[in-house]
Design a protein around this ligand. Structure first.
Ligand code: FE2
Length: 301
């Protein structure tokens, strides 16, 4: 067992579980170094200047995005470019996300992803044939001395909306590479909401191949009120692993500090669950779900 019975109970009750010290010091430092290298090597001049937004009326859907499932692709913060089309921050502080194939393309991220302990977590939570997808570095960029307030909050959502399977099966692995605090944009979540909030919509690739939108999902029962006062703050130290249930409501605030908050995250879905062509993430990008097997260390079919 990798998880204790109490941790399994907490995850089941709350829909989120923080495991402090999951990564050792050596791996934290190696990941941080690699993230900084990726930012340093970002070829901004040849980039399509794609900004990462998933709000109802501001969502991503360019071919560069659709092609990213098995690549190392860069997505900018929604506030990174000013109204004249110029970069508002140095490129290292303009990136929101790098993904979504780090577990395929980069040996360090592959090692962290397919680690025995990660496999143990999935086994302890009952996954029979988990498949890995959507690996990414998520950056909460710090506010520089002369910057305006950074706009990098993520509104309340559940992950099943963006990673839809039938039955719902996604599980988020979210590794804090730096300390996550209230000031630099840590997670907060609505405990137990994975049991009471139905999945009401899903994020799909538009027919014709350009853009994404949300379509309703049939569900039973009323949607409870999603009150900010129900949310629990999840501050955690570098090296923590946070497990995120596909249906738990969670959000992230703006980073109002001068400290960065870097995270590595990926998802698994159950191999036997239905994953259809409406999902934006297809591997290969032309259509398919050739996702890496977690228990066979990255093997695909
Ligand atoms: Fe999320």
């Amino acid at each position: 067992m990798t998880l204790t019975p109490e941790q399994i109970r907490t995850f089941d009750t709350e829909g989120m579980l923080c495991i402090p010290g999951f990564l050792n010091e050596t791996d934290i430092n190696a990941l941080l170094k690699r993230l900084k290298e990726l930012l340093r090597d970002f070829d901004y001049d040849n980039h399509p200047k794609l900004q990462f937004g998933v709000d109802d009326d501001n969502h991503i859907g360019d071919q560069y995005f659709f092609d990213s499932g098995d690549k190392i692709s860069y997505f900018l913060d929604t506030d990174a470019i000013d109204s004249d089309g110029n970069l508002r921050y140095p490129k290292e502080r303009a990136v929101n996300k790098i993904g979504h194939g780090l577990h395929i393309k980069d040996p360090l991220f592959a090692r962290i992803t397919f680690d025995d302990k990660v496999q143990g977590v999935a086994r302890d939570l009952g996954y029979e044939d988990p498949r890995v997808l959507q690996s990414m570095c998520i950056f909460k960029q710090p506010k520089g001395e002369n910057d305006i307030e950074r706009q990098n909050a993520v509104p309340s959502h559940n992950d099943a909306t963006f990673l839809y399977t039938e039955p719902a099966s996604a599980l988020g692995f979210w590794f804090a590479i730096e300390d996550c605090t209230l000031q630099n944009g840590c997670l907060s979540y609505n405990p137990g909401s994975h049991k009471t909030f139905p999945i009401t919509k899903r994020f799909v690739k538009n027919k014709g191949g350009h853009g994404c939108s949300f379509i309703p999902v049939e569900h039973e029962g009323e949607v409870p009120k999603d009150s900010p006062e129900d949310y629990k703050l999840l501050e955690c130290k570098a090296g923590s692993l946070v497990l995120i249930h596909n249906s738990v409501m969670h959000k992230l605030e703006n980073n109002v500090s001068d400290k960065s908050r870097f995270v590595y995250a990926f998802h698994v879905i159950e191999g036997g669950a239905k994953y259809d062509e409406l999902n934006w993430l297809q591997v290969p990008a032309s259509g398919g779900h050739n996702f890496s097997k977690l228990y066979e260390s990255g093997k695909t079919e």
